[in-house]
Every structure is written in structure tokens, then in C-alpha cells.
Design a protein around this ligand. Structure first.
Ligand code: ZN
Length: 333
């Protein structure tokens, strides 16, 4: 029997938006974590095949439909880095607590039974006695983030030529590196659906500690993820593009105006007005956000907490597998 653990201080403001235990069948309970991802070193955001940055054309702002080009921070890039970081966090906690590790790693050796797999989703490669084991659907969703400022203001091309270490002679070929310059901001949203408070804490801890994104992270790619807001509801209330365009409107109205927690709160309130189940939407106030952020930061993730998260994951998998067995038996009849 799992011990009843107290939530970190500040999480009570999200009461009613957590589920008791993770289950394969989802509820509408949704929590959106609103972030400003702040680039701190040259960041290379490109897909492997090209040397170009990923860009996209969007409106300039919420009330200006001029088309501008923005750098796109693809959802897969954010998700990949953070999923790996959650894996590393769990491994570290397991070492601390002397818990055997399932050696779960991306992308072809996911264990399908740990807190990371049941939250981020996993494709099962194992085979049961009667049937193929079910896959796990993700309950954390990422979306593409767009640079707050247009492409020409944030992109930088550096040319360099390799220097031979032996001869110190500069090579003949000129290499080009396209990157996003430091101080670029990417308003971004991570959406959690049907999660427990423990999963929420693990997610915030992970987002907070993840510092490297993009290609070639050995030479840069540092990013700080700043928590700017939280909105909960029975649906997704806002998308990153909407948030970006609303922030751009503020910045254009008042030159150089930077995003703040207060402005973010106002934007979230504005989007509450568009929700299908408006009365279910809760925008955390600045004080609530502050208290939650401190509570999570100060939470040390004791052994019982990690134990309970693993127990939830095991129960989730057992429930899912027994359902799959039932279905296979029914179909066989
Ligand atoms: Zn796993």
C-alpha cells in the first residue's frame, strides 16, 4: 500500500486538476506550463538534412497580420531533450536510493514500465505470452515554439575554417554554421493531461534543469527555461503561437517591452475567454505561481516519493496488460 505523501507547498492551487493515479484512459484534466525559453549561447535549430535553421512564416503579432519569418524550435527537439533529462533524473534517484534500474533509454530500449515511459509514452517491443504488449500513449504534449523576434533579428551565420592541430594551418574549406544568437526568447508551452501531482513535480523539475537543446550541444545550445505561467482546465487553453503573437503585440506597443509573469497572466485570462469550458479554467495568480515554483524547487524528492511514482507506473502497466489479455481472449473466442 502506497503511503499518502504530502504535496509540496503551492500545489494546492491546482487541486482538482490532478488525477489520483495514472491511467491509460484519459480525462480532460489539463495543465499547461507556460515557459520562456531563453537562449544563452549559440543554439542550432535545424533538422539533420539541411544546414539551415528551421523557420516559419507567421503574422507579426496578435493585431498585425504582416507576414514575418520566425525561427521554429520544433516540438521534437524540446521533447527529446526533456525526455532524456527525465531519464537521467530517474537513474540518479535510483542510484541514490539503491533501486535496481530498468536500463530504460531512448530510443529503442524503453522499459515501458517506469515513470518516464508512462508519461512520455513508449512503443512496446516486448512480446507477452498471448499477445503483443500494448504501447503507451503520451500524456505530456509539446508544440513548436516560435522566436519572439523575427528571423533576421535572431539568426546569425558564422563562417569558420578548421585548423589542423598538427600543422596549425587553416584548412581550405570554409564551413558555415547557422544558429540562433544568445538572448533570443522562445515562448513555449508544455501541456500535461491526466497527470498525478507526482508526475507534475517530476516534469517541472526536469524542465527546470534541462539546459541544452538543438544540434551540436557540445559547443553551445544552452537555454534557460523560465516559468512564466500555469493555466489549468478541462481543455488546452492556449497554444505557443497564440502566446507568442500576444507577447509580440505587447512588445510592439511599447518598444523593448519584455515578457513578464504579469503580462502572461493577462494573456492567459484573455484566452480563458475563448475556452469551451470557461468556468473550468484556472489561471494561477502571480502569488500562486511564485509559491508553487518555490514549493517544487524546495521539494527534495524523498525515497517514498520516487517509490510511489514507480509503483504508479507498475500499476499502470499491469492494468494495461491485463486489459490487453482480456481483449485478446475475447477476440479469440
Ligand atoms: Zn522507461
Amino acid at each position: 500500500m502506497a503511503t499518502i505523501m504530502a504535496m509540496p507547498k503551492g500545489l494546492e492551487s491546482l487541486e482538482g486538476y490532478f488525477v489520483e493515479r495514472p491511467e491509460p484512459l484519459l480525462t480532460n484534466k489539463t495543465i499547461q506550463v507556460i515557459l520562456i525559453r531563453e537562449v544563452l549561447d549559440y543554439l542550432i535549430l535545424r533538422t539533420e538534412e539541411t544546414r539551415e535553421l528551421n523557420t516559419v512564416f507567421t503574422w507579426r503579432s496578435q493585431d498585425d497580420d504582416t507576414i514575418v519569418e520566425r525561427v521554429a524550435f520544433l516540438a521534437t527537439k524540446q521533447k527529446g531533450a526533456e525526455s532524456r533529462e527525465l531519464g537521467a533524473l530517474l537513474r540518479t534517484l535510483n542510484q541514490r536510493d539503491g533501486r535496481p534500474d530498468d536500463s530504460c533509454y531512448l530510443k529503442d530500449r524503453l522499459c515501458v514500465r517506469c515513470p518516464r515511459c508512462i508519461l512520455f509514452g513508449a512503443t512496446s517491443t516486448e512480446r507477452g505470452r498471448e499477445a503483443r504488449q500494448p504501447n503507451i500513449r503520451h500524456r505530456v504534449a509539446y508544440s513548436t515554439a516560435f522566436s519572439l523576434d523575427p528571423f533576421e533579428e535572431v539568426a546569425e551565420t558564422t563562417t569558420f575554417n578548421g585548423v589542423s592541430e598538427a600543422t596549425t594551418l587553416t584548412g581550405q574549406t570554409l564551413n558555415v554554421r547557422n544558429s540562433v544568437r544568445p538572448a533570443t526568447l522562445f515562448p513555449s508551452i508544455v501541456t500535461l493531461q491526466s497527470v498525478t501531482w507526482k508526475e507534475f513535480v517530476l516534469t517541472l523539475k526536469t524542465i527546470g534543469k534541462t539546459k541544452r537543446y538543438g544540434a551540436e550541444t557540445r559547443i553551445g545550445g544552452e537555454v534557460r527555461n523560465n516559468l512564466f505561467g500555469i493555466v489549468a482546465g478541462w481543455e488546452e487553453v492556449i497554444t505557443p503561437l497564440e502566446y507568442t503573437l500576444a507577447l509580440a503585440k505587447e512588445a510592439l506597443a511599447e518598444e523593448g517591452k519584455m515578457p513578464t509573469v504579469e503580462i502572461t497572466g493577462q494573456i492567459l485570462e484573455q484566452y480563458r475567454g475563448l475556452a469551451s469550458m470557461k468556468d473550468k479554467v484556472k489561471v494561477l495568480t502571480t502569488e500562486e505561481l511564485q509559491s508553487l515554483s518555490e514549493g517544487v524547487q524546495g521539494f527534495e524528492m524523498p525515497k517514498e516519493f520516487v517509490e510511489a511514482a514507480y509503483e504508479d507506473a507498475r500499476d499502470f502497466r499491469e492494468f494495461q496488460s491485463s486489459r490487453a489479455r482480456e481483449e485478446t481472449t475475447r477476440q479469440a473466442r
